[in-house]
Design a protein around this ligand. Sequence first.
Ligand code: ATP
Ligand code: MG
Length: 405
Amino acid sequence: MQYSEIMVRYGELSTKGKNRKNFIDRLAYNVRQALHEFTQLKITAHRDRMHIQLNGEDSNLVMERLNQVFGIQNYSPSIKVERDIEAVKAKAVEMMKEKYHAGMTFKVNTRRSDHQFEYDTNAMNDLLGGAILSSFDDIHVKMKNPDVTLRCEVRPDGIFLSFGKIPGAGGLPVGTAGKAMLMLSGGIDSPVAGYLAMKRGVDIEMVHFFSPPYTSEQALNKAKELTAKLAPYVGKIKFIQVPFTEIQETIKHDVPEGYLMTIQRRFMLRLTEAIAKKRHGLAIFNGEALGQVASQTLESMAAINDVTTMPVLRPVVSMDKNEIIEIAQKIDTFDLSIQPFEDCCTIFAPPSPKTKPRIDKARQYEERLDVDGLIQRALDGIEITEIKVSDEFMNQDEEDFAELL
Ligand code: ATP
Ligand code: MG
């Protein structure tokens, strides 16, 4: 069917009182970003709905992108008809032809935002319902749970017909909850944590630690590709790569084996906090889940978390692995995540890390290290890439760290 526009209904933002305008503005901005390739669209955001005029663009492709924009409750592709009752009847019958089967039930549901129009909602329901009843055999009106609901909206600029509502991504528009850093490995959990953070409106930047030559270029690219999978939810995401080799070599050399992992994680967290502060991030997200591996006991989280007072948020903390995998499959990160490129943690992972590390011990072992110098040198080596929707991330210009910081 050749639709003329997509009518978008907002999600939870309807309850947000005076922040409503910010939410709508942000949603409109995000929708424009997500749809920037479709140059013929005209997007207008009103208080209660957003209208996306298609002007000939392919509605299926547009809807595919729209499905990845948080803050949309549902939407309806609709057909615009001139404000002439005969024309509306004819189009209604034509649309019903696509849905018709013998014995089916339907209703017409009219809504008017233009009260000047000569027919009120009841009259419109009757007129359109009558036209449909007289055009098909064995079709019946049913008010409760009909097979098909034909929606009719009378507006000053035309009359819009649509079938049903298609559920959107839900959540809150990305950006309305502020900015945070996501610690992104190449694994299954952290991309899912990033998706869930974005779903609640958080604008995330990726922080990824890599350790050349121990980790390969492919491992780094994998993390970038995972970022590209999440980019459609927001348009573009900053990917911040942090060299971690010197820190890992030093720790391996100077710290007892049982604490290698704890101390490495403490460094990652310190670095992520430093980056967040410079880039006005308010919190740190990661993909830790309770009890999955040695570093994910409460004792271990406490020993790692000891280095920062910034909120460390763990969206997947209480999920089972198969629940996380289900989301990873839905957002299409799973197949990438399971590609076997070693990341920096696997390579320096001790055979038997302490499952109950002690905070005092961790602090004590770090006294042997030049913590500030190691942190500073890692920060000096950072590179930032901007990864956009549908862009080949490898062609992105790498911006100078100093410029962005
Ligand atoms: P994931 O599937 O996200 O890799 P995991 O179950 O493998 O998680 P860990 O390896 O213990 O768990 O990592 C816990 C979290 O620490 C990760 O979810 C991620 O947020 C962070 N992390 C681990 N390695 C890195 C890395 N190389 N760069 C950035 N963050 C990392
Ligand atoms: Mg991992």
